[in-house]
Design a protein around this ligand. Structure first.
Ligand code: COA
Length: 388
């Protein structure tokens, strides 16, 4: 029997919700939240729902520009129907729909990278959780000149600007705009129990958002959602407020990258206790290259391999020249003779930032030297704080 893959109708949503609860171990009976901006798809056989997946319209910062991105989430297949290509059919349908909607890249948090690798996604980063000791933060000295106060609704524009500045300076963060973020980045930050704003004079220089957690004593821990700091003084002042919890709290669960902490703290930053890898796919490489920003001029020719390209209107193999001039990039046709061959998964790894072509050669994603691409894609390693 053939699979019918189509957007879910209103009448399918309860069944899809139940399938998601079963697949991900949610509490039975959890009421379905209305999520009008999730585009939900189902795979049916003989009218019976076998699997479902959602497409979320986001945009991600790359090279200082927002790139429209299709978030893929909630992929779930009935236990009896697994191993027969149901999720593959669903994700292919989502990919084709994303390109038709003008979304040239796609990101997802895979429960297993192998599920999406054959379809062209590759792991480019991870969203980590790290437990710090509050006592390590208590050692930070007070910072004169930085004023700290609770942030409120009136601080929305300042919070939004701080997020925009920090997120756009890196690769991978969501813009937190569009229908899935009705209140923008500010509303996202203000959802936390404690939101502290750091100011110098009247200028906002950073914020820290976290939940207190329950209980008190060494086992009790704060949950930090995010810290955005324009300066080291702002970072030190905000971190100091976490340290000041040391009478009642033993730890801090830190979400995301700890690279700045490693440079600010006098203690060794522990390894993450939880890691959630995320994968990227260039669904439409031409549009993705044109949409992102670039920091250096570059030129490099290669044969781009994408076995799944036909599903999104592309070719499985074509010779291209990446040309970056004055902050704009494009892919032009090239003569294939003698060119190194780059897999589209390798291009995703480079596109995300902070990786090298030498690594791609070591892992079979590139079959010859292509150092010009290192310069083109040099840039901050990717960071993505929003789990979906
Ligand atoms: C993971 C899951 C969605 C796979 O669905 P499926 O219909 O059995 O997958 P398919 O038969 O379409 O296989 C698609 C690819 O995934 C791979 N795959 C399937 N199950 C896998 C597993 N448990 N581990 C690693 N790879 C797996 C297949 O080998 C195939 O790879 P290929 O395209 O390179 O041949 C399904 O097992 C499931 O619902 N699991 C529980 C929820 C979950 O983990 N969802 C994924 C959220 S990111």
């Amino acid at each position: 029997m053939t699979l019918d893959v189509r957007p879910l109708a209103e009448s399918d949503l309860d069944e899809a919700w139940a399938l998601g609860l079963t697949a991900f171990g949610g509490e039975p009976g959890t009421p379905r939240r209305d999520a009008p901006h999730r585009q939900q798809w189902g795979a049916f056989e003989g009218g019976r729902l076998l699997g479902k997946a959602s497409l979320l319209r986001y945009a991600q910062w790359f090279g200082g520009r927002p790139v429209p991105m299709a978030g893929v989430a909630g992929v779930a297949v009935r236990p009896e129907a697994r191993g027969r290509g149901v999720s593959r059919a669903l994700v292919r349908a989502l990919a084709a729909s994303a390109v038709a909607q003008g979304l040239p890249v796609s990101a997802l948090f895979p429960t297993a990278p192998g599920v999406y690798r054959g379809l062209g996604w590759e792991v480019v980063g991870s969203l980590d959780e790290t437990r710090l000791a509050v006592s390590d933060l208590a050692r930070l000295a007070p910072v004169p000149g930085v004023r700290l106060r609770p942030a409120g609704e009136d601080d929305g524009p300042a919070l939004q600007e701080l997020w925009n500045d920090a997120a756009s300076a890196g690769n991978g963060q969501l813009t937190r705009t569009g229908p899935l973020f009705a209140g923008g980045a500010a509303a996202e930050a203000l959802e936390a129990e404690v939101v502290t704003l750091a100011e110098v004079g009247t200028a906002a220089v950073g914020y820290l958002s976290y939940d207190r957690g329950r209980g008190y004593g060494p086992d009790s821990a704060l949950r930090v959602w995010e810290m955005v700091a324009r300066t080291d003084l702002a970072a030190r002042a905000l971190l100091g407020t976490l340290g000041a919890w040391d009478t009642v709290v033993g730890g801090v669960h830190w979400r995301g990258d700890t690279g700045d902490l490693a440079l600010l703290l006098d203690r060794v930053v522990p390894r993450p206790y939880e890691t959630r890898p995320w994968s990227l796919r260039l669904l439409d490489p031409d549009a993705a290259v044109a949409a992102r920003g670039w920091s250096a001029d570059a030129e490099a020719a290669f044969v781009l391999l994408d076995p799944e390209a036909a599903g999104t209107g592309g070719q499985p193999e074509r010779a291209v020249r990446l040309v970056v001039r004055g902050g704009d990039g494009r892919l032009e046709p090239a003569d294939p003779a003698g060119l190194p061959r780059l897999h589209v998964r390798g291009l995703a790894v480079l596109f995300a930032g902070g990786a090298s072509t030498v690594r791609l050669q070591r892992t079979g994603l590139l079959d010859g030297p292509l150092p010009a691409l290192d310069a083109a894609f040099a840039g901050p390693a990717p960071v993505l704080l929003d789990y979906f």
